[in-house]
Design a protein around this ligand. Structure first.
Ligand SMILES: [Zn+2]
Length: 165
């Protein structure tokens, strides 16, 4: 008869089955069950991680090999799931409002100088454009007014000449 040493209490026992790892004490059976559970959980986690990695590798390889197909697939997916995507994004935004605000603030803080430069450049460009338009409008108005003045002077001259006659 084989005897094993119980890993939980250190006492030798005679296993009823070859797979029995602990002695028959309740405490040891419970400890053994917990250990087994733990082992299974770890194994499952490792298995899932490996599978995820394999899947990620495979899709990365697929994307690399079929760049157009992948882009097409994404475009099709976006087109057919527009509402779903919008809903998902809205839900994400609603659930992560604080996080998003924080990220935006951080982004703004990190890019303050760049943003300021861009805003200043935009304002300067706008100022030039507005000045140019104003000048053009003024010139057009001046021309129109000059024409009107000339017309009214001509009309006055004409009426004076009529009165003299
Ligand atoms: Zn034991």
């Amino acid at each position: 008869m084989i005897t094993k040493t119980c890993p939980h209490c250190g006492i030798a026992f005679k296993p009823a089955r070859r797979t029995q790892r602990s002695c028959a004490r309740k405490r040891c059976i419970a400890a053994q069950a917990a250990e087994t559970r733990d082992r299974i959980t770890k194994y499952q986690a490792a298995y899932r991680a490996a599978k995820r990695k394999k899947g990620a590798n495979r899709s990365a390889a697929y994307r690399a090999a079929h760049p157009n197909k992948h882009a097409q697939y994404q475009a099709t997916y976006r087109a057919t799931h527009r509402e779903q995507i919008a809903e998902y994004q809205a839900a994400y935004r609603a659930a992560n409002r604080d996080k998003i605000a924080e990220r935006h603030a951080a982004h703004r803080a990190a890019n303050r100088k760049k943003l300021a430069r861009r805003t200043a450049a935009y304002r300067a460009a706008l100022r030039d454009e507005i000045a140019r338009r104003t000048a053009a409008a003024n010139a057009a108005n001046a021309k129109k007014r000059a024409k009107q003045n000339a017309a009214s002077r001509a009309a006055k001259r004409l009426s004076k000449a009529r009165i003299k006659r």
